[in-house]
Write a protein that binds this ligand. Sequence first.
Ligand SMILES: [Zn+2]
Length: 470
Amino acid sequence: MRIAFGGIATESCTFSPWTTKLADFWVQRGEEMMVGDRHPFFAQHEATFLPTLNARALPGGSVETAVYHQLKTELLKHLAALGPVDGFYLDLHGAMNVVGMDDAEGDLATAVRAAVGPDCLISASMDLHGNISNRFVRALDMLTAYRTAPHVDYMETRAKAVAMLVNCLQNGTRPHILRLPVPVILPGERTSTEVEPGATVYAALQVSDSVPGLIDASIFVGYVWADELRASATIVVSGFDDAAMQAETQRLGQLYWQARHDFVFGVPAGSADQCLDWAVAAPNQPVFISDSGDNPTAGGVGDVPAFAERLLARDDIPSAVLASIADETAVSLCHTAGLNATVTLSLGGKLDPVHGRPLTVTGRVIHLSDDDPVAGKIAVVQVKTSNLILTQHRKPYHYIADFQALGIDPAAHKIVVVKIGYLVPDLKQAAAHAFLALTPGAVNQDIPSLTYHRIQRPIYPLDPDMEWEP
Ligand SMILES: [Zn+2]
């Protein structure tokens, strides 16, 4: 049994002025893909797994057209060199947007299908924040997605996509996919599976697992910051029994639709100043505040200094850490000035001049490092009672260890501001309190305020009073 695998994965915000370039992708080609811990489950199967290309980028702006075509061409070249294969495992995120192209995953899956031929089985694994077109699922035979947000089941999901593929190849069976778009588009911050109604909606998938004739049922929240024709929630069911699959897509679609008004933020949400008021008044520390509008893991740019401006305007902050602002020029200036130097910086608002403007600050350089694999050079600057983390390249601060690497203990500060949406488990565990700041940026949480031109209408919440039947 010969199974090829690979993919191109990112999440692209079409409201971002910043584009994703080749240097933003982490690319593995051929045998390089067998190194590392991405596919420990391959060993469980009596199959030969044949690598093509795996390219992954941090969420960001749309992928530049030439970059996508280069990566796709390389993937297909590696695939062609393998000769005939029985199966293909497509390892995706599902919300990639390419400049000037509709439905990038549909394009990629269709190209892989054309290369492997009609008899090969293709299985895909995805993030539940993917946008799913009809063209995309037509190119596949089966599909599964995360059932948790935060995505703690990422490894299980990849393992399931491969197990489904191997089982079908062994049994000589060929499933098909049913897709039901649900006209709802909501941000991940309101659809976490750790709080209601997300927890109940996603728990309904356990019932799907025992329905005969199905091999997988998935609920896609979709990706809200993409002004695309395919952007919406989608129910996707893979299996063999069309009637059972129809019934299950309708049941899950109805459940998601009925819950649409109840999806709210999992923590109190307000303006930057409201969150700072709540944080100062909170009994314990550290208080984590999500600077959500500029969250790089949702596709925000990560250099909008709007929250920093509010933080530094106040005189009632006992101590704070702000992570982070990507600003190569400012970091370089700090490195030139040296440790303990006083620097005046024009901070941020350069990569995303649409949602931010540079903020002038004067402070003392308290940390310098230059070997972070994602951020490159880093500087920490103390301004008043706040420590600002500045990075050469965009980097999310989503692990306590990332702070500790800079000599910063979050627990030693009253307030920790992170460019993130809902807190990932590591930060949630560390937080005495958590608030979500509705800040400006490419991934602004005020969805009805976004200017959409291409998304299919009507859709909730842009058309709040619309009716729908699955
Ligand atoms: Zn996601």
